[in-house]
Every structure is written in structure tokens, then in C-alpha cells.
Design a protein around this ligand. Structure first.
Ligand code: GLN
Length: 448
């Protein structure tokens, strides 16, 4: 049995191996809908790409009907890099429209959780997590604005790694909120994660926010639990999390508790900033250069524009309206600028804590919900599910969700956060954790 991508890459595979791989994925995808679009492969290691990241010549819709038929004439920088490293493109993974969501349901055909198909896969990178959970040797390129890599990774029992903002180029990403978006990786183990991160990170002439700064590995055995991150967690998730802390203490970590009141403002600050940016990003989908064209343009601009924008889903429309409101002249000081100040205070508070420790918490506050349960949530209840993943995202801090136990057959994930550009500390933490915990998968397509 080969476990890692490096081992897998060194083994010769006959054409029949890839024929079976393509067949098996196609069959399972009809049920789970990990992919919006599948491509046949006949060599190399498969990699998938979230549908909001451009792949040359391949329809890239960001999960939105408004981009139906958009075929980018170029590769995103991450895609170009990974292709050069002899990976083969296997498909575009399904997602919440433009990344707007936590459960993967804000799209035409939601991905299903491979461990229980009545339950959600998590979002917005739902398909990326499902693809990782069903394919043994594979790398998923995903994206997070406020937790979109962590949430589905936790619900599907895979590792979700969101690097420091600026460590990986965003060129070729269909933006949700530019000051928050990060491209990252989902994988099954630390070795594959390190392998992929080493390929995709680094400076890019096409992205001025992407830096060449060295990535460090300052490791510590001090873990901090922040009260505000665990206080609203359901008891069925808190109990196993406390057992995880005991296990980690037994492995030589120390655990400290602390309160950071300002984190209570994370959700409003995040949703104000992200919606403000999203509403400006979505302004270009007018049916002229970008977006859906329902009718021929005559002289009525408003009618043409409005007609084109009916293609947005409900959540996208909500965000355009709220985002436009919070940055409008009469209220921007009350909402948008206040949120920016809060973000700065949160960054300072977290960085102070991260000087000599890692921050640990559950990834999600609830057990993986059923589709029927998620449909009952109000928008505000929905947004509150991001309470734990938002603080590191709002701060551009590297973080990772890793599987650590199973409850009633469903995987449960924990989140670990470190300081900016100390990303390797997370991978090292995972390496150590893997010595005592082996994740389980229901499907192992492509195993050799
Ligand atoms: N759930 C969050 C939102 O809807 C985060 C999504 C993301 O990271 N793309 O904004």
C-alpha cells in the first residue's frame, strides 16, 4: 500500500489503473457531487481545483449560474505551478456560489458527505473536501475567506490547510473578498500537505499581495484555548475536544486558558468587511463583459443590467444588498470603518497570544448537520457557525483543521492556529499528531 503522494508518484501505473480510477470517480460523483466537472486523467497524481480558481480552457463558474459558460484562457498561478510538478487535473470541485456559505448548500447541486449522505459536506469548498475524502492519492486546491477550507475539512474528516494571507498567489482566483481570500490545500496527511504547499507557495509577479517572505517552523509545546472560541460549542463536540486536550497533555503539550473578549466581535466585523468587498466584486457581472446575458442590449441599460443579475442566487443577492449598504456614504463610519478597526484589534490580540503558543479549538461548534437541519437555520444562525474559523481568517493567520476522532461514525475536526508566516509549525504539529491517530475513510478510490 502506498500512503503518500511521493510514494505513489514513484510507482509505475498501467493505463488500466487510470481507466478504473476515472470510472470509479465518475460513478461515485453521480451520487456525492464532489465535482461540477470531471476531466479524464491518464498519468500523474490527480489534483482538483475549487470552481472559483481558473483553469485554462475549463469552464470555471465559482458555483454561480451567472458565470455559466465562462472558460478562462489562462491558468491561475497555483494551477500553473502544480501542473508543472506533474500533477494531472481531475476536475473542478463544487462549492457555495462565489464562496458564500458554510454548508455547501448555496448552489444547484450540493455535495453530500461521504460518511452519511443525509448530512452536508460543509462549505464553501464542499467538493474539495469530498474529493479528498474519496480519493486516496490526490491534492485539492481550495480557497478560504472566512473558513471555507476548515469547515468542510472538519465535516469530511480530511486535513484543511489555510496558509498565511500572502503566502500563496491569488492570481486567477474569482474573488469573493480580496483582503480575506486565501488559496490553500486539502489533503489526507502531513506529507501530502507539505508536498503541495511547497509547490504552490511563493511570490508571483501577478499578485502584489503575495510575498516572498520565508515560511518558518517555530514550534512550541504550549497550546492556548480561548474561552470565546469554545463557549458556544455544543456539548457533544466539547466533550471529545476536552479528551483531545488530555491526550495532547499526555504527549507533552501544556494547555493554558485565556479570554479575548474582542473575539465576540469577529462575526459582525467579518460579515461587514466580506460583504462590502463581495458587493464590489460582483458589480462587474452586468452581462456586458462578465456575467449572464439574458437579452440583447438595446438602449435601456438598467433593464439589461437588472435582467442579467437575476441569475445570482439568493445568498449572493443578500450579500450585494447588505454589502452595498454597509459601505454607503451615510453609514460607512458606523459599519465598514468600525469593522476595519475591530479587525486590527483582533489581529493584535491574537498575535500577542501566538508569540509563544499555538491556539487550539474545535473547528466547528456543532456536529455535522443534516441537509434538513441546515434548511431551518436563519441567515444569522448560519453565519454564527463560522464563529471559530473567522478569527484566524480575519487576521490572515495560518490555520489548519485536522481530524481527531469519530462520533457516531462521523469525523470531528479541531483547529490549530499559529502566527503569520509560521505555517510549517502547523504541518509539524500534524506530523506529531499522526503518530497516534490514523484517519479512517469510507472510500479509497485509486489506492494501490
Ligand atoms: N462561511 C463564510 C462565508 O459565507 C466563509 C466562506 C468562505 O470562506 N469562502 O462568508
Amino acid at each position: 500500500m502506498t500512503e503518500t503522494i511521493e510514494e505513489f508518484a514513484s510507482v509505475d501505473k498501467p493505463p488500466s489503473y487510470y481507466e478504473k480510477l476515472n470510472r470509479d470517480i465518475n460513478e461515485l460523483n453521480n451520487r456525492l457531487h464532489a465535482f461540477n466537472l470531471l476531466s479524464k486523467i491518464d498519468r500523474g497524481v490527480p489534483f482538483s481545483v475549487k470552481d472559483n480558481i481558473c483553469v485554462n480552457g475549463v469552464e470555471s463558474t465559482a458555483g454561480s449560474p451567472i458565470l455559466k459558460g465562462y472558460i478562462p484562457p489562462f491558468d491561475a498561478t497555483v494551477v500553473e505551478k502544480i501542473k508543472q510538478a506533474s500533477f494531472s487535473f481531475i476536475g473542478k470541485t463544487s462549492m457555495d456560489e462565489f464562496g458564500f456559505g458554510t454548508f455547501g448548500i448555496n448552489c444547484d447541486t450540493p455535495a453530500k458527505n461521504p460518511f452519511d449522505e443525509e448530512r452536508v459536506a460543509g462549505g464553501s469548498s464542499s467538493g474539495a473536501a469530498v474529493a479528498t475524502a474519496i480519493l486516496k492519492h490526490h491534492i485539492a486546491i481550495a480557497e478560504s475567506t472566512g473558513g471555507s477550507i476548515s469547515a468542510p475539512a472538519a465535516f469530511c474528516g480530511v486535513v484543511g490547510f489555510t496558509p498565511t494571507y500572502g503566502a500563496v498567489s491569488r492570481y486567477g482566483l474569482i474573488d469573493y473578498a480580496n483582503s480575506l481570500d486565501k488559496i490553500g490545500v486539502m489533503a489526507r496527511n502531513s506529507s501530502d500537505l507539505r508536498y503541495a504547499f511547497d509547490i504552490i507557495r511563493g511570490t508571483d509577479d501577478y499578485d502584489s499581495t503575495c510575498t516572498n517572505r520565508a515560511i518558518e517552523n517555530f514550534s512550541t509545546n504550549k497550546l492556548t484555548v480561548i474561552k470565546e472560541l469554545v463557549e458556544n460549542v455544543d456539548s457533544e463536540i466539547l466533550e471529545p475536544f476536552n479528551s483531545l486536550l488530555d491526550t495532547l497533555k499526555g504527549q507533552g503539550y501544556s494547555v493554558e486558558y485565556k479570554s479575548l473578549e474582542i473575539l465576540k466581535q469577529s462575526i459582525p466585523a467579518y460579515y461587514i468587511i466580506s460583504m462590502a468587498e463581495a458587493s464590489t466584486n460582483l458589480a462587474k457581472y452586468t452581462g456586458f463583459k462578465y456575467g449572464h446575458k439574458n437579452m440583447e442590449f438595446t438602449e435601456n441599460y438598467n433593464l439589461f443590467f437588472t435582467n442579467s443579475r437575476t441569475a445570482f442566487g439568493t445568498e449572493a443577492k443578500r450579500r450585494v444588498i447588505l454589502g452595498t449598504f454597509v459601505r454607503s456614504a451615510s453609514v460607512k463610519n458606523r459599519y465598514y470603518f468600525k469593522a476595519l478597526n475591530i479587525r486590527n484589534t483582533i489581529i493584535a490580540a491574537l498575535k500577542e497570544t501566538l508569540k509563544d503558543s499555538l491556539i487550539i479549538s474545535p473547528t466547528m461548534p456543532v456536529f455535522t448537520p443534516k441537509f434538513s437541519e441546515v434548511k431551518e437555520l436563519t441567515p444569522v444562525q448560519n453565519y454564527s457557525m463560522d464563529a471559530i474559523t473567522i478569527p484566524p481568517n480575519l487576521s490572515g493567520l495560518p490555520h489548519m483543521s485536522f481530524p481527531y476522532t469519530y462520533l457516531n461514525g462521523m469525523p470531528v475536526g479541531a483547529q490549530i492556529v499559529t502566527d503569520h508566516f509560521n505555517d510549517y509549525a502547523l504541518i509539524s504539529f500534524l506530523e506529531a499528531w499522526e503518530k497516534s491517530f490514523k484517519p479512517k475513510f469510507k472510500y479509497n478510490i485509486g489506492a494501490i
